[in-house]
Design a protein around this ligand. Structure first.
Ligand SMILES: Cc1cc2nc3c(=O)[nH]c(=O)nc-3n(C[C@H](O)[C@H](O)[C@H](O)COP(=O)(O)O)c2cc1C
Length: 188
C-alpha cells in the first residue's frame, strides 16, 4: 500500500494545525488506499539546519537528521497542512524541507491550507516553488480553507462541509495516481 505522510507545518503553542490535520487524517482513512501517518513538526522538533554538507550527499552528522531522512525516505506521497504567516508558509516547514533532498524526490504533494480570506493560498504558491526544486510533484487539486476558525468547534473538532470533502477526496485520488505513476522513478 502507498505510504502517505501528513506534515503539520505550524509549531506554535495554541496552534490550530493539528485539528485540521486530524480531519485530513480521518478523510484519508475513509478514502482508503494509503498507509497514513501524521508528522507533527512541533513533535519532530528539528533544530535550525545544523548539517555541514549539502543534503544531496546524504552525509548526515546529526541523529535527528538521520531519523528525519528515514521517515521521509519511507513515504510515497505527502500532504502538507499549512497556515499562512505574513503571506508565506511557516519557517519550521522550510527548515524541515531543507534538511533533506533526495528523500523528497519523485513524490507527489498535496496541500491543505487555511487562513483568513486567502485560505492560505499565498502560502501554497510559495511552497510550489520550493517543492519543485526538490523534485516533488505539487498537485493542482488542493484544499484551501478560508476563515477556517468558523470550522473549529469549542471542543476543537473540525467541521467539514461538502466543498471541503469533495476537494479533499479529489486531491487524494490524484495523489494516489501520481504516487503509483512515479514508482519507477523512485525505484531507480
Ligand atoms: C505570525 C502570524 C502571521 C499570520 N499571518 C497571516 C496571513 O498572512 N494570512 C492569514 O490569512 N492569516 C494569518 N495569520 C492568522 C492565522 O491564519 C491564524 O493565526 C492560524 O491559526 C495560524 O495557524 P496555526 O494556528 O496552525 O499556527 C497569521 C498568524 C500568525 C501567528
Amino acid at each position: 500500500m502507498l505510504n502517505l505522510k501528513i506534515i503539520v507545518a505550524s509549531t506554535r503553542p495554541g496552534r490550530q494545525g493539528p485539528v485540521i490535520a486530524e480531519w485530513v487524517n480521518e478523510t484519508v482513512k475513509q478514502h482508503g488506499g494509503f498507509d497514513v501517518e501524521v508528522l507533527d513538526l512541533a513533535v519532530i522538533n528539528l533544530p535550525m539546519m545544523d548539517e555541514p554538507h549539502h543534503p544531496r550527499m546524504q552525509m548526515y552528522t546529526q541523529e535527528h537528521t538521520k531519523q528525519w531522512s528515514k521517515t521521509i525516505d519511507h513515504a510515497d506521497a505527502f500532504i502538507i497542512v499549512t497556515p499562512e504567516y505574513n503571506h508565506g508558509y511557516p519557517a519550521p516547514l522550510k527548515n524541515a524541507l531543507d534538511h533533506l533532498y533526495k528523500e523528497w524526490h519523485y513524490k507527489p504533494v498535496g496541500f491543505v491550507s487555511y487562513g483568513g480570506l486567502s485560505g492560505g493560498t499565498r502560502s501554497v504558491q510559495q511552497l510550489i516553488q520550493v517543492v519543485t526544486a526538490q523534485k516533488m510533484i505539487p498537485l493542482v487539486e488542493a484544499v484551501n480553507i478560508p476563515f477556517f476558525s468558523k470550522h473549529i468547534t469549542d471542543e476543537e473538532n473540525f467541521m467539514s462541509n461538502d466543498v471541503l470533502d469533495k476537494s479533499a477526496n479529489a486531491m487524494l485520488t490524484e495523489l494516489a495516481r501520481w504516487a503509483e505513476a512515479l514508482k519507477p522513478m523512485r525505484n531507480k
